[in-house]
Design a protein around this ligand. Structure first.
Ligand code: MRU
Length: 389
């Protein structure tokens, strides 16, 4: 995606040193564009935990590369033990985005499948990390191709008048390797010359919308307006929102959407105003085991300091200022779950489906097939809280 006219991904292997991963350190955006080098799995774990990188797809890609670095430095005599321990360390950094554990497990399976010395296993980890990143970018591109049809349809209905899309948090290319999920149809529509305008929720407390989505839409030349988190309902009541597209950090195979805190309230308002609410996600964000998102999804609670303070740029530096009284406690729930019944549809790399078990499994039949092959009756699997895993 565009950064001052140059194409960037959010994560890559350093050109002249394949033992180092490079990322865009998102803590500094939009005030400064900083590239950070990560030479070890510990650096990757810290970068995920402290949100230098963030967003489900990018967290997954970072975990993939982190496992490659872990393999690179694992002692040959305890290779798999070290890799497994480093995988646990990565999985412990953030609980909600399912892509994290998905990428770590994919790496462990790929390395385990290799019969050979440490060098061969390191090569397998390198290849898998690159594949995870490439797939993420390609799946997001396809999400754009599928999702743009929804925007086109609204544009046709409005006889070419501007289509107003509301989005929450940052499910843009900064949250993935490239393109983004919620933004992919937006970029595709803009590139096709469809008139669009994006309402960008600021997304307190870390303001991913105000800082990141606004910045990347601006880099791509997409018309947008940043709004405070409380504004969406009012806009919807007054016909100023045609559709909502969000991303997801974990979506159950039954269609419950886990996403940045505040998403549920937008879905409720959309439902009340009969406005389509879509979630865009790659298959790596589905949880194929979890049935009831509201009851079962792990919700990250972050440091209260993020609520007490607000960060912004001032004369070339980034500063945090206190908002709350010294003695008031604060709570910082980072995600919420929007029940499937409030979700109009899911935009995936394979196409658009309804947010329900049948429709999702029709799009991903191998998930249904897998359990049949293993001799586990799907119904049994799907009715037990954590399946048989
Ligand atoms: O806490 P973050 O910034 O990692 O939150 C994740 C998100 O970017 C959003 O919830 C987003 O809408 C999901 S799409 C990756």
């Amino acid at each position: 995606m565009n950064v001052y006219g140059e194409h960037y991904r959010t994560i890559w292997i350093k050109q002249d040193d394949t033992a180092v991963i490079q990322i865009i350190d998102q803590r500094h955006l939009p005030h400064k564009f900083v590239v950070e080098a990560l030479p070890s799995v510990d650096d990757v774990a810290r970068a995920i935990k402290e949100m230098h990188v963030r967003g489900a797809g990018l967290i997954g890609a970072a975990a993939g590369y982190g496992m490659y670095l872990a393999a690179l430095h694992a002692p040959p005599d305890s290779f798999m033990d070290r890799l497994t321990a480093d995988g646990e360390k990565l999985k412990g950094t953030r609980p909600t985005a399912v892509n994290l554990e998905w990428a770590v497990n994919r790496q462990l399976e790929a390395v385990q499948a290799v019969n050979g010395d440490a060098k061969t296993k390191i090569q397998a980890a390198f290849d898998t990390a690159q594949t995870i990143a490439d797939e993420d970018a390609e799946f997001c591109r396809r999400i754009g191709q599928h999702g743009v049809s929804l925007i086109e349809e609204i544009s046709r209905r409005k006889h070419g008048e501007t289509v107003n899309i509301l989005t929450h948090c940052n499910a843009g290319w900064l949250a993935f390797v490239d393109y983004g999920t919620a933004t992919a149809p937006i970029y595709a529509a803009h590139d096709k010359g469809i008139h669009i305008h994006v309402w960008v929720d600021e997304t307190r407390p870390r303001n991913q919308g105000a800082r990141l989505t606004a910045w990347e839409l601006g880099q791509h030349g997409v018309p947008h307006t940043v709004i405070a988190d409380n504004v969406g309902g009012h806009l919807m009541q007054h016909g100023l929102v045609d559709m909502i597209i969000t991303g997801s950090d974990r979506t159950t195979y039954t269609g419950d959407v886990g996403n940045k805190i505040g998403t549920y309230l937008k879905a409720l308002a959309a439902y009340d105003n009969n406005i389509p609410f879509y979630t865009a996600l790659p298959s790596s964000t589905f949880d194929w085991v979890m049935r009831d998102g509201v009851k079962e999804m792990p919700i990250e609670q972050r440091d209260a300091a993020e609520v007490h303070t607000i960060r912004g740029g001032h004369e070339g530096t980034i500063k945090a200022v206190r908002l709350t009284p010294q003695d008031s406690p604060a709570a910082n729930y980072a995600f919420d779950v929007t029940p499937a019944r409030l979700v109009t549809g899911l935009i995936t790399e394979r196409g658009i489906c309804r947010a329900n078990e049948d429709s999702i499994l029709n799009l991903f039949p191998e998930k249904r097939q897998r359990y049949k092959e293993e001799g586990v009756k799907l119904t049994t699997f799907l009715t037990s809280p954590r399946g048989n895993q």
